[in-house]
Every structure is written in C-alpha cells, then in structure tokens.
Design a protein around this ligand. Structure first.
Ligand SMILES: NC(=O)c1ccc[n+]([C@@H]2O[C@H](COP(=O)([O-])OP(=O)(O)OC[C@H]3O[C@@H](n4cnc5c(N)ncnc54)[C@H](O)[C@@H]3O)[C@@H](O)[C@H]2O)c1
Length: 276
C-alpha cells in the first residue's frame, strides 16, 4: 500500500489513540460485501457504479433488461431482470441469498391534479412505488436478518415532505415509503438490519425529462434549491455509499435529504437581492 501524506499520523490514531481501534480509513470500504441495486437506470446506475468502486460485488436488477445488463456490465457484476411488482420474482431473487446491501431506486410518477387522476394511474403508481418497496422489504428483510444484518436503502423524495400541484399520489407513496422504512427499522433493528431512505431533490434523469422539456418548469426547479441548480445522478451516489457502509453503522430509520437545500429554504423571496 502506498503511504499518503499524513498517513502516519492517521495510522497512529487508528491504533494508539482510538480506544475502539476503529479502522477509520476503511469506514467506506465495501470490499467483500455484496450489493443488489434494484432500479438500475438513472440514479441506480450511478449508485451501482459507486458501490462497485468501493469494493462491493454488485448485482443490477431492473424491469428493463437493457438497464440491468448495462449497469451490471459496467460494474463488472451480475444482472437480472426483475419487476418489483411481481412477488414471485422478488422472492426468487431473495432466495438466491440475502445481500449485505440492498438499494432500491424503483419509482414512477404520473403528474396530474388529484381531480384528474384515473383509478388505474393511482393503482400503477401505488403498486410500483409503495407495494414494490413493501414486497422487497417482506422478502429481503427476514433474509438479511437471518444472515446477521445488512443495509436496506430506498429512494424516497423531497415530495414526501413538500409538494406542488400534480404530485399528490407520488408524494403519498413517498411519505408512505418513509413510514414503512421506519417500521422496518424498528422490526429488524434487533437483528442488525438497517433501513434508511434517501430523499433527492431534482435530478437530471429520464424520470424528470417531462419537467426539463418545459423551460418554465425546469428553470423554476433550477432556482428553487439553495444550490440553485439541478443535481446530476452521480451526486446521489455518495449518500448510498455512506448508508451502505460501516460509516453508517448506527444510522437507521433515517431520511437523508440530498436535495441541494430544497427542503431547508423557503425560496420564495430574498429581501436582500437587488430589485429592478
Ligand atoms: N430524478 C429525480 O429528480 C428524483 C427526485 C426525487 C426522487 N427520485 C426518486 O429516485 C428514484 C430513482 O429515480 P430516477 O430518476 O433514477 O428514475 P428513472 O426513471 O431514471 O429510473 C428508475 C428505474 O427503475 C426501473 N423500474 C421502473 N419500474 C420498475 C419495476 N416495476 N421493477 C423494476 N424496475 C423498475 C426503470 O426501468 C428505471 O431503470 C425513484 O424512486 C424516484 O422516485 C428521483
């Protein structure tokens, strides 16, 4: 191993002055860990690449074969097609062995006012976003507990907390997802399985193409967050690595906002901005 500047001091701390002898340099190392990333396009692809870059052996799963294969290949890992709304498929994957880390990014949205929502649209969004996550928790929670622990990470959204017209059903599924994850954290915590959510702000992926294709809508989103821009998909990956790793060994039942400050800042008015 090549010594880095400051390595001696840090190495000393790890050994002599840290009473727990925690190997801090290895906190984010996922070598030897297995990870299943479900929803392998968009943000999921970047999460899979980041987990692999930190040493995990990754299996990419997606209802879209090209997304699963492309991401699995890019990670030098495995891939499989999987529809999270099919409990038999999910059960079969869990029966192959529980991973150390499971990340689900699966989510869809139909943006319509509540009064205009059709029953089948409601059913589709709830089935994929909420029931899909439930099916994964029910299949993988006990399996991860039986093997002694693990980290289950699901992608929520700022829409679990804040909304705009047209987000009602999607927002309800994300709020429901967060409560379900908290309950799973309580139920599987004693067995060492951690359940956490990542709540992105606005990220440039296929999911948000409709918004970016509308300049007024897209620009409004760009200026809403404290960082005043959209996020790239790779900017979501660090949070997943953190929650997957030993750096988050005492983190469960939490929601990690990766939203550029969207939910922190009201954003409607800056009294000190120059006025025209
Ligand atoms: N992009 C954003 O701005 C944003 C913001 C907040 C939250 N999120 C959340 O982050 C997650 C990832 O979003 P994204 O932007 O990468 O979306 P995306 O549409 O780019 O990717 C989602 C992936 O899930 C897969 N998928 C869809 N239905 C599936 C099913 N039934 N079974 C298996 N796979 C399925 C799709 O094929 C796709 O590869 C979602 O849960 C989304 O709600 C995204």
């Amino acid at each position: 191993m090549t010594e880095q500047p400051g390595a001696a001091a840090s190495g000393g701390l790890e050994g002599a002055e840290n009473p727990f002898t925690t190997p801090y340099r290895a906190l984010f190392d996922l070598t030897g860990k297995s990870a299943v990333v479900i929803g392998a396009g968009g943000i999921g692809r970047e999460v899979a690449l980041a987990l692999a870059a930190h040493g995990a052996s990754v299996t990419a799963a997606d209802v879209d074969e090209a997304a699963a294969m492309g991401t699995g290949g890019a990670c030098e890992g495995r891939w499989t097609t999987l529809d999270v709304t099919d409990a038999d498929q999910v059960g079969a994957l869990a029966a192959q062995g529980a991973p150390d880390v499971l990340v689900t990014t699966v989510g869809i949205n139909v943006r319509k006012r509540l009064a205009d929502y059709a029953d089948d649209e409601f059913d589709r969004v709830v089935r994929v976003n909420l029931r899909g996550a439930f099916t994964l928790i029910r299949a993988f929670g006990p399996a991860m507990a039986a093997r002694g622990g693990g980290s289950f990470i699901a992608f929520s959204s700022i829409r679990a907390s804040v909304v705009e017209p047209g987000q009602g059903i999607y927002a309800a599924t994300k709020a429901g997802l967060q409560q379900m994850l908290r309950t799973a954290a309580a139920e599987f915590g004693p067995a060492g399985v951690r359940f956490n959510a990542i709540a992105p702000g606005v990220v440039e992926t296929e999911l948000t193409r409709q918004i970016r294709d509308d300049p007024a809508w897209g620009n409004a989103y760009a200026t809403k967050s404290a960082l005043a821009r959209w996020a790239r998909a790779d900017e979501m990956a660090g949070a997943a690595v953190f929650l997957a790793s030993d750096a988050a060994s005492y983190v469960t039942g939490s929601v990690l906002h990766v939203d550029g400050g969207w939910t922190a800042v009201d954003g409607r008015f800056d009294p000190f901005a120059p006025r025209s």
